[in-house]
Design a protein around this ligand. Structure first.
Ligand SMILES: NC(=O)c1ccc[n+]([C@@H]2O[C@H](COP(=O)([O-])OP(=O)(O)OC[C@H]3O[C@@H](n4cnc5c(N)ncnc54)[C@H](OP(=O)(O)O)[C@@H]3O)[C@@H](O)[C@H]2O)c1
Length: 277
């Protein structure tokens, strides 16, 4: 099969299309679409160990990626997390999820990892109708879904993005009940200070700036707010049943995945990016 591999950590140029052995396993699929995620750029740069020390890093050479849609040998259309990486023309999926015909490959991939992340984060935030909710990276894959979920629950949503909404200069902004925090560094710190004292909730599920959120127990005590991680209580099947309308971003070829990584790192993307083998 063809796969996009990297032999050393580095910039997008380390990603190369190569001929490799097919993976072997029960649910081998011919891949029809591959989900691309911001976190994969972090691993490719070799920052995974530092930023996500609880994940075992890849042993090189490696195939990146955590989500594919494909066709099984008996003709079923399934999606799932591939055992040996996603950026390839074939993959073994250990827990395949059969897809309904009315969900496209692109929609399905938008609802797999980004969808479960957004739904789990929304559960953690316990949004009440009328809450003011700040979504960072609101044009992104997770961000666009968070906006929809929070609006469905009756929240007033403040969309922070370099591509519109309220941007990241929040001087003079009224405090908020909920922050969905995925950037860290100074942005995360400013968002923490924006939480309403005594009632605010912040869900932390990323640090796209490369700097984890720096908030101490004393800060949390002073403000009387809750800061929480992502609960593991959401399945892709559940997300598929919610009728979300994901924003479908650009589609790349397998040999263009390096360009997709460049765009993710340059913050020029919107919604879910995929590649087609
Ligand atoms: N995809 C998943 O399954 C998953 C799971 C768990 C956690 N996360 C985390 O959730 C966050 C969003 O993930 P996503 O996959 O939906 O990605 P994404 O939002 O589509 O892309 C990342 C966005 O982060 C923002 N950003 C802010 N500072 C940045 C910086 N210094 N460099 C690059 N981007 C920066 C950019 O939006 P603006 O330019 O609009 O600010 C950028 O478009 C990430 O932190 C990711 O690690 C994702």
């Amino acid at each position: 099969m063809k796969a996009v591999r990297f032999h050393e950590f580095g910039g997008p140029e380390v990603l190369k299309v190569e001929e490799v052995e097919d993976p072997v396993g029960d649910t081998l699929v011919d891949v029809t679409a591959i989900g691309l995620n911001y976190g994969e750029t972090v691993i490719r740069r070799g920052k995974g160990k530092e930023l996500f020390p609880w994940y075992p890093g890849p042993s090189l050479p490696a195939i990146l990626g955590s989500e594919v849609v494909g066709t099984t040998r008996d003709g079923r259309r399934v999606m799932g997390v591939p055992r040996d990486g996603a950026y390839a023309t074939k993959a073994v999926i250990e827990h395949p999820i059969e897809l309904p015909d009315d969900v496209s490959d692109h929609e399905a991939l938008a609802l797999l990892l980004q969808g479960t992340t957004a739904v789990a984060a929304t559960k953690a935030a316990r949004i009440q109708p009328g809450d003011r909710v700040l979504v960072e990276a609101a044009n992104g894959g997770v961000g666009t879904l968070l906006v929809q979920l929070a609006e469905r629950q009756g929240a007033t949503v403040l969309k922070a993005s370099s591509k519109g909404g309220i941007g990241y200069d929040w001087d003079g902004l009224e405090p908020v009940d909920v922050v969905f925090e995925s950037i860290g560094g100074q942005v995360g710190r400013n968002a923490f200070e924006l939480l309403k004292d005594g009632v605010g909730r912040m869900v932390v599920f990323g640090y796209a700036s490369g700097e984890p959120l720096d908030v101490t127990a004393s800060d949390i005590f002073r403000k009387g707010v809750a800061v929480m991680g992502l609960p593991q209580n959401t399945t892709p099947e559940e997300v598929l049943g919610l009728n979300l309308e994901p924003v479908l971003g650009d589609v790349y070829r397998l040999d263009e995945i390096a360009s997709a990584h460049k765009a993710l790192e340059a913050r020029t993307t919107r919604g879910k990016l995929i590649a087609r083998p």
